[in-house]
Design a protein around this ligand. Sequence first.
Ligand SMILES: [Zn+2]
Length: 497
Amino acid sequence: LSADLVVRGATVLDPGAPLGVADIWIEDGVITAVEPGAARRISGPEVIEADGMIAMPGLVNAHTHSGQHLDRGVAPNLPLDLWMLWAVYGAPSLDPDDSYTLAAVGALEMLETGCTSVLDHPWIPLDDFDAHAEAIATAYADLGIRAGLAPMIQDRDIFESMTFDDGDVPDPLSEAVEPGELAVAMDRFLTRWADAPRLIPMVGPSAPQRCSDELMRRLAELVDRRGSHFHTHVLETRAQVVATRARYGRSVLDVLDELGLLGERTSLAHCVWLDADEYAAVRDAGATIVHNPVSNLRCGSGLLPLAGLLAGGVTVALGADGAASNDNQNMFEAMKIAALVHSLNGEYRCWPSATDVWSMCLAGGAAALGQPIGRIAPGAAADIVLLDGSRHYADDADSLVRSLVFAEHGRSVHTVLVDGRRVIAEGRHVGDQADLHRRARALQRRIHAALPTRSLLLDRYGDLLGGAHDQALAHELSIERLARITPAFEPGPVERV
Ligand SMILES: [Zn+2]
């Protein structure tokens, strides 16, 4: 056995192995062996003494938007299209330094709460595309997190992506962009970051309905030519089913499939409103669905039929989604909500367990990022979280996972390794983050100073989008994802005054 680092004596919690005390051998950032007591026979490598600690694979946040990381508490609870007006179109403009700050504070929050990999889908303006991408990638390298980076691009405006039964589409809120220029910028991005350590550049249109056919065709060509990972939002809301059926005259999954964009390197955020044929298409293509339970609750988007997807063999990952719709980047919290909310649906024997959700976060996250992560086993990347074991007691893996999913917030995180590099020690990042915190505070002030702009937008377009939302709710669909609760009193819900 050879190693440059050994984690000695932790209780190893791995989704594919029995719970037990073992030493974890690491060489060049890769786990080479997990063996009881083996490290005592050798000397040479650095040793992390982990007696009394729990070692688990680093959690994976498979969908977020780093540009929103300081939007905690900024947005009211609103349906997605109204929320988007507030959170996206009303946001202050950001320069590359801001993009760095936002990506860095998010990475810090994730690492300190036991998450070692993120799939970031940040909006990046075309006029300064390269500088923003550079800033975000640099932040991830500086903080030491593993990241899939899928710049979120689109060339259709929010209003163009919706249907209005009355036919009148308002003037666009965003400036027109040339699909060819976006595709060229994406091509440059894939070349620039092809060989960066711990960074996976991805192609990430915002959503098919927010892109022209030409842009989607060009991105599909890019994905095919470069063998890239592909990430996008798919059918998050009922209104999107109505809008995409109206635009394409068929399922948006068929459109993606025809473009060659459904495959093992594809991950699709949300997918709340797919029907059985569409879920089967995702499964048969080997693509991954990223479940974002907190964001779906925050925007009232509906409940993913998770139990059926897991039973039906669909790969599902877990995401926090952006802080404007979450507001934390804490995967313990995301796991807890995911392990609770699905008891609203179906009979109790089918409710997803804490272990289901935890495994989903790890194995689904590994699939979404296409990386050998989510295991503490030979051949896996050494992305390892050591938790102070004193808050959790268990002799068996299921009880321990339940304790972690339902009772942990990240407070027990002691040490975090990414690629075998120690990034968190004694619960704190190993780098000095005082300057980052100062910059984040200043940016937060700017975000809050711009809140009146968001209110104005909502005043101006709120009724229009609210009307479109109501129309979408009235459309007959063959599926339902919203709870229908009998009112407390007849005749129905009391209006707020
Ligand atoms: Zn999203």
